[in-house]
Design a protein around this ligand. Structure first.
Ligand SMILES: [Zn+2]
Length: 138
């Protein structure tokens, strides 16, 4: 491994990944059946698919947009000794991500799906963001 990369790996102790998304208006958000496209999105990622998801049609409180404010989708990676060893050994992202999934790490997609289930953001927004992992949670 390049000595400069080793320095970066040693310095990294915590990484934060953040994406801001429109927040559904609580005043007009309603549950609806999940669409076939959304269902396919969840299933392709081995995510337990909810039967219903929130959407917001718009009201006077959100100027008929269905959106009120923004929220973040977060991933915080607290690097441990094993993570550092993987980086120093030149492991690729897939290997590191696989290790993180096994250790219960909450990634961007996990946080986004949790916020969809709570009605904070729409399933459409998650799909529009293109959040995906090339490997599956197993
Ligand atoms: Zn509204």
């Amino acid at each position: 491994m390049d000595p400069a990369n080793k320095l970066v790996a040693i310095i990294m102790v915590r990484r934060l990944f953040l994406i801001f998304k429109p927040k559904l208006c609580k005043n007009c958000a309603k549950l609806r059946d999940i669409s076939p496209v959304e269902k396919a999105f969840f299933e392709a990622r081995s995510i337990q698919c909810p039967e219903k998801v929130y959407c917001a049609a718009g009201c006077s409180k959100c100027d008929d947009t269905g959106i009120r404010g923004r929220t973040g989708i977060y991933e915080v990676w607290n690097l441990d000794y094993e993570d550092h060893q993987l980086i120093l050994a030149g492991a690729d992202e897939e290997k590191i991500r696989t290790k993180l999934i096994k250790s219960g790490h909450i990634n961007l997609l996990d946080d986004a799906i949790a916020k969809v289930k709570l009605g904070i953001i729409s399933a459409d927004e998650v799909m529009r963001t293109g959040l995906s992992l090339p490997w599956k949670n197993e």
